[in-house]
Design a protein around this ligand. Sequence first.
Ligand SMILES: [Zn+2]
Length: 66
Amino acid sequence: MFRCQECLKVSKPHDSPKKLVTKTRQKEYFTEEGKTVRTAKGLPATGWEIVEEILVCEPCSLKERE
Ligand SMILES: [Zn+2]
């Protein structure tokens, strides 16, 4: 059992929480020399890094969000 961090309800006994990423930030990759990693097209290679995630129940994990 766990408490959903979105609706704050306690789950049913055998429900397992779903992880929901609530905050990400864009991340640039750097080489060991501190240079920006570039893709084959010469653009800076970027990715997303998870900043914050919460545990939610099934209905909350399926909700649409911005
Ligand atoms: Zn919930």
